[in-house]
Ligand binder design. Structure first.
Ligand SMILES: Nc1ncnc2c1ncn2[C@@H]1O[C@H](COP(=O)(O)OP(=O)(O)OP(=O)(O)O)[C@@H](O)[C@H]1O
Length: 308
């Protein structure tokens, strides 16, 4: 299946001479949730702004469902919705008016039934006559999404959808985004919350200093780069790792009560069997054990860490 969004060799140098994007290529499949992760200033907003026609690229091309964003800009733009971070419309408008107006901006004919469906899907229907100023933060965020959906885009960009919101609202937003995905909308979200990517995404792309340094299926990424730790809770504390166990990659906790073994989930052998045999031979008994996989957070920090 052809990708719904295809970005090819995209570069951007701002007037200041700063190169914010360096030949970025990326294909987004229809119906997926793609999380673009990156530290501050990595180029996420620049990338989205180019695709949405807000910023011009210096070179490269982008197509949306086969429509070039420069040559066929009308067709391309009508397929895209953008949920910005902030609500900038008139605070004294009603929800209904502001969402209907957004549809008009794309030259689409009035369609009360579609606006109604969008508002109902986002649980905003009973707020339709409320002025924006009277809404809670969570409801305002929903209005932002409703505005971006009013012209029935097939690809929805969410720029930091949960920046600065509390945990409850974040979970609420995640549910809303999942429901949208279930209706067939392709979703691309930028975030610096690893938890968000881990929770929501089918695939993860990492951008750093204007370059895409990795694109991977999320589960595959965690499997590939993930390291696992096996913690053994000892029956009797040790003062040092016994010499007989020095061949294993072991660390002893400061109170001597736990041995931590780190291994690569990618390795042919984990080494756990040999470790357990050697522990037995050394007469070390343990009361309990647990394993822990690295989180996307740890993987991400390792990826973007500048070598010192
Ligand atoms: N109009 C502009 N003129 C010059 N430099 C710019 C302009 N807009 C952005 N930049 C620079 O380009 C780089 C990338 O910015 P961008 O906003 O795309 O990053 P980001 O990944 O979205 O960051 P954040 O997570 O902080 O939003 C930054 O160094 C920024 O200072």
């Amino acid at each position: 299946m052809a990708p719904i969004l295809s970005i090819s060799g995209l570069s951007k140098t701002y007037d200041t001479g700063f190169q914010a994007l360096k030949s970025v290529s990326l294909d987004i499949e229809k119906g997926e949730v793609f999380a673009l992760l990156g530290p501050n200033g990595a180029g996420k907003t620049t990338l989205i702004s180019i695709v949405c026609g807000i910023v011009n690229a210096s070179s490269g091309s982008v197509t949306v469902d086969g429509n070039d964003i420069v040559r066929d800009y009308r067709a391309a733009r009508s397929l895209i919705g953008l949920v910005p971070q902030e609500l900038t419309t008139d605070a004294f408008e009603t929800v209904w008016a502001t969402v209907s107006f957004s549809r008009g901006l794309f030259g689409k004919p009035k369609a009360p039934a579609i606006v109604e469906k969008v508002l109902r899907d986002l649980s905003l229907w009973d707020k339709k006559d409320n002025k924006l100023v009277t809404l809670s933060g969570g409801m305002k965020r929903r209005v932002l999404i409703a505005k971006a959906l009013a012209h029935e885009p097939r690809v929805l960009f969410l720029d930091e959808p949960t920046a600065g919101v509390d945990v409850e609202l974040r979970r609420d937003m995640w549910r809303v985004i999942r429901e949208l995905r279930d209706t067939g909308v392709t979703i691309i979200l930028t975030t610096h919350y690893i938890e968000e990517a881990e929770e929501m995404a089918d695939r993860v792309g990492v951008i750093n200093k204007g370059e895409i340094i990795l694109v991977e299926d999320k589960a595959e990424l965690m499997r590939k780069l993930g390291r696992k730790q096996l913690t053994l809770h000892l029956a009797d504390p040790l003062s040092a790792v016994p010499a007989g166990l020095s061949a294993h990659n072991l660390e002893l906790s400061s109170d001597g009560s736990e041995l931590v073994y780190t291994y690569d989930t990618q390795g042919e052998r984990t080494g756990i069997t040999a470790l357990l045999q050697d522990l037995n031979a050394a007469g070390i008994r343990f009361r309990d054990l647990q394993t822990r996989q690295s989180s996307l957070e740890e993987i991400f920090v390792n990826l973007v860490r500048t070598p010192s």
